[in-house]
Design a protein around this ligand. Structure first.
Ligand SMILES: Nc1nc2c(c(=O)[nH]1)N[C@H]1C(S)=C(S)[C@@H](COP(=O)(O)OP(=O)(O)OC[C@H]3O[C@@H](n4cnc5c(=O)[nH]c(N)nc54)[C@H](O)[C@@H]3O)O[C@H]1N2
Ligand SMILES: Nc1nc2c(c(=O)[nH]1)N[C@H]1C(S)=C(S)[C@@H](COP(=O)(O)OP(=O)(O)OC[C@H]3O[C@@H](n4cnc5c(=O)[nH]c(N)nc54)[C@H](O)[C@@H]3O)O[C@H]1N2
Ligand code: SF4
Ligand SMILES: [Mo]
Length: 694
């Protein structure tokens, strides 16, 4: 038996695990004590090795034949086919006619290589990734106020030392179960404040005096946050010295909340005034300026996936700054990253406007530096592209060919009915995956890749801590690593740039390219990462790791946090007589994302077999819907059909549908592709629907 220490393939908590390979070649998972998971794993982690040996694992390239079927082909045939098609599309329509859709599931090495491949080998400006659907509003909010976006700017263990935690639109009890171990301290202190329109598993952690559950109208979080700042000021809890020495813009923010008095906020959000006061008091009393142990404010997708997501994150940061939290002990603002490498995935160049090291693709000095590492003329690097929703909207018109690496957008993008039409109009769809998915069913070519336990790499977890993902077993014969695939394709497309195939080499190149950037990895290598439990970026060459980043200064040139006054909006697709109910979407414990991986694991599917609609008994009664009935949820874009699950935990004006399933129960048939003007985040979390019994 051989043992390998690595991390879970799924979410950003990146729980530590051992992989034991038995004499018969079976891979067994057991939890490993790592600071984020403290020896815990959720069911997805426990069963993750199952995905390595699924019977429908793809182990040979597939090309769609004349008859419309995907049929086995050799690597040479597949590569030849792709290169010829790319040349023909680009010859007719220009280099930007081929786009790339990447992923926060990719290792840092792959994400870096994919960005370089798009810019140099394809020469296209159109690359973006599923992280746009995930973290983009939090990133935009943190960048504009704090001058830097690292999900948690402090180790997760700091939360365990705090006395109060405001958790906005995050259901960690289902989405990162081992993280709940870090909430013991705040719960003992009665300081857990959860904001969610549902009495989620996380909201239930506030029961019995452990905290407060605020249950606002979907999409009203920004108003709620303005109300909390209003109360903090009125009660004299704002930290004036901190505001004067560490921030700018406080005066505008102070003025902007004067009109958001508690009664008005209560009317707008549906949260009773006394709960607003109670929440503000809990958060203020635990803050360092009131001699508390610490207060942390965290956002999740529930408040970020809105057309005003960036402004809502900004309002959460304004509250944190008003209380003097960021950079103080056991205190601050952070966002809970989602995908395994949601953090690193947005630092190394798969974002439309980004070069490695979290650099802007429009900054001449950054272009010069990265071009020098790549050995090309800076003019060879295209300009910035467009965010994911806009990129997908160009499919079949401006964009004629698409590469997909690590995503299943025909299930996970907003308004998938429209996307499915556009996908059909493409001349070339290349999907790299290890499993068939709803998206591979639109592919002209599928290229089978190695999985997490079959290759080396690095991931950057929700704390900005860089971890080694290690190889435990060989990939099945016939599959290749994504690094090799991109290198060979670049070659066949006559790219003059050099593309590495060894993860450690590609990491070294990435580290070099990131030198001096915000996410500076230049002091790291696989060898250095092997000797410790992880380094937090920035780690400049010769420099130390940075577990806490805002203790002395913020990321802006003047070192200050820039507060920005923001105003509440309304959902883009808001209630009206024909659509009188809000639809909110999200996750369940035992399914992951589009379900491409977890819907194949029997233990997980037994626990969550199919899509459902959660609704309140009062709403159910009004429409004569009973538990288990098939019901419809219909927006102007499309109609979901799934069974009813009646729960007193949800607001009576709202239904909840998880997005892990395809087919008629697919939540994204109804969701809205309207986006936040700053981040490009689609409004997954709220739209107006009509419901009915089927
Ligand atoms: N089991 C499981 N775990 C996962 C994943 C998974 O797919 N499955 N995915 C991973 C990824 S990529 C991510 S991004 C994270 C996401 O982790 P979370 O952000 O925790 O997940 P969600 O379920 O999308 O949303 C959280 C909550 O937001 C609430 N919500 C909906 N609308 C609103 C609103 O308008 N206001 C407020 N305040 N709340 C609202 C929902 O009711 C839901 O309970 O999870 C990661 N972990
Ligand atoms: N309605 C609604 N929709 C949502 C959300 C929501 O809350 N509500 N949340 C959004 C969020 S936060 C996210 S992150 C997205 C995620 O949604 P998707 O991008 O669809 O995510 P996954 O299901 O994780 O798809 C990953 C695919 O990549 C494959 N894969 C995994 N690792 C690798 C690899 O290393 N290389 C390659 N080539 N393939 C790999 C897997 O087999 C799988 O097919 O969904 C978004 N969609
Ligand atoms: S919480 Fe996330 S990282 Fe941990 S075992 Fe579950 S899916 Fe894996
Ligand atoms: Mo995500």
């Amino acid at each position: 038996m051989s043992r390998t220490d690595t991390h879970c393939p799924y979410c950003a908590l990146q729980c530590g695990m051992h992989l034991d390979v038995t004499e018969t070649g079976d891979v067994e998972v057991s939890p490993r004590d790592f600071p984020t998971n403290m020896g815990g794993l959720c069911q997805k982690g426990w069963t993750s090795a199952r995905v390595l040996t699924l019977p429908d694992r793809i182990t040979t390239p597939l090309i769609r034949s004349e008859s419309g079927e995907l049929e086995p082909a050799t690597w040479d045939e597949a590569m030849c086919f792709i290169a010829e098609k790319v040349r023909s599309i680009q010859g007719k329509h220009g280099r930007d006619a081929v786009g790339v859709f990447g992923s926060g599931a990719l290792t840092n090495e792959k994400a870096y290589q994919l960005g370089k491949f798009a810019r140099l080998a394809l020469g296209t400006r159109f690359i973006d990734y599923n992280g746009r659907f995930c973290m983009s509003s939090a990133a935009a909010g943190a960048n504009r106020t704090l001058g830097l976006d690292r999900g948690l700017p402090f180790p997760l263990s700091d939360v365990g030392e705090a006395d109060a935690l405001l958790l906005l639109g995050s259901n960690v009890a289902d989405t990162m179960p081992p993280l709940v171990q870090h909430l013991g301290g705040v719960r003992d202190a009665g300081g857990l404040v959860v904001v969610d329109p549902r009495h989620s598993a996380t909201a239930a952690l506030t029961d019995n005096g452990a905290g407060i559950h605020l249950q606002p109208l979907p999409g009203s979080d920004l108003a709620l946050l303005l109300g909390l700042v209003h109360i903090v000021i009125a009660q004299g809890w704002s930290d004036q010295e901190y505001l004067e020495t560490r921030t700018s813009g406080w005066e505008e923010v102070r003025r902007s909340v004067t009109l958001w008095w508690p009664a008005r906020v209560a009317a707008r959000t549906g949260v009773p005034e006394e709960l607003l006061y109670a929440a503000a008091e809990v958060l203020a009393k635990a803050s360092p300026s009131q001699r508390g142990k610490g207060t942390v404010i965290l956002t999740g997708r529930g408040v970020e996936q809105h057309t005003d997501g960036t402004d809502t994150v900004t309002a959460a940061i304004n509250l944190a700054l008003a209380l003097g939290l960021p950079g103080r002990p056991h205190s601050g603002y952070g966002c809970l990253t989602g995908q395994g490498n949601g953090q690193g995935g947005r630092e190394h160049g798969q974002k439309a406007d980004q070069l490695p090291g979290y650099r802007s693709i429009e900054d001449p000095a950054s272009r010069d530096q990265v071009a020098a590492v790549w050995g090309v003329d800076p003019a060879a690097i295209p300009g910035k592209g467009v965010p994911a929703v806009e990129l997908l909207g160009k499919l079949g018109t401006e964009i004629r060919g698409l590469f997909v690496h690590g995503a299943n957008p025909v299930v996970s993008a907003p308004d998938v009915g429209a996307l499915q039409q556009w996908m059909r109009a493409l001349d070339l769809v290349v999907v790299c995956d290890f499993l068939p998915s709803e998206t591979t069913s639109y592919a002209h070519v599928v290229l089978p890749v190695a999985q997490w336990a079959e290759e080396e790499g690095t991931m950057t977890n929700l704390e900005g801590r860089i971890l080694r993902r290690r190889k435990a077993i060989d990939p099945p014969p016939g599959v290749r690593s994504e690094l090799e695939i991109l290198a060979e394709l670049a070659d066949r497309l006559n790219s003059k740039a050099r593309f590495g195939t060894e993860p450690a080499d590609v990491f070294d190149e990435l580290a070099h390219a990131s030198a001096g950037g915000k996410a500076d990895y230049s002091g790291l290598s696989h060898a250095r990462l092997d000797d410790e439990s992880g380094y937090y970026w920035p780690v400049p060459a010769g420099g130390a790791s940075t577990p806490r980043i805002f203790t002395k200064r913020f990321g802006h040139d003047d070192g200050l946090a820039h507060m920005v006054a923001v105003r509440p909006g309304t959902p883009e697709d808001d209630l009206r007589p024909e659509a009188p109910v809000y639809l909110v979407t999200g996750r369940v414990l035992t399914q992951y994302q589009s379900g491409a991986q977890t819907r194949r694991v029997s233990e997980l599917t037994k626990a969550a077999p199919e899509s459902f609609v959660e609704l309140h008994p009062t709403l159910a009664q009004r429409y004569q819907i009973e538990e288990g009935d098939m019901m419809s949820v219909e927006s102007v874009r499309g109609r979901i059909v799934a069974f009813a699950r009646i729960s007193r935990g949800i607001r009576p004006d709202t239904v909840f549908v998880p997005f892990h399933w395809a087919g008629e129960g697919s939540a994204n048939l109804a969701t809205n592709d309207a986006t936040d003007p700053i981040s490009g985040m689609p409004e997954f979390k709220v739209c107006a629907v009509q419901i009915g019994k089927v």
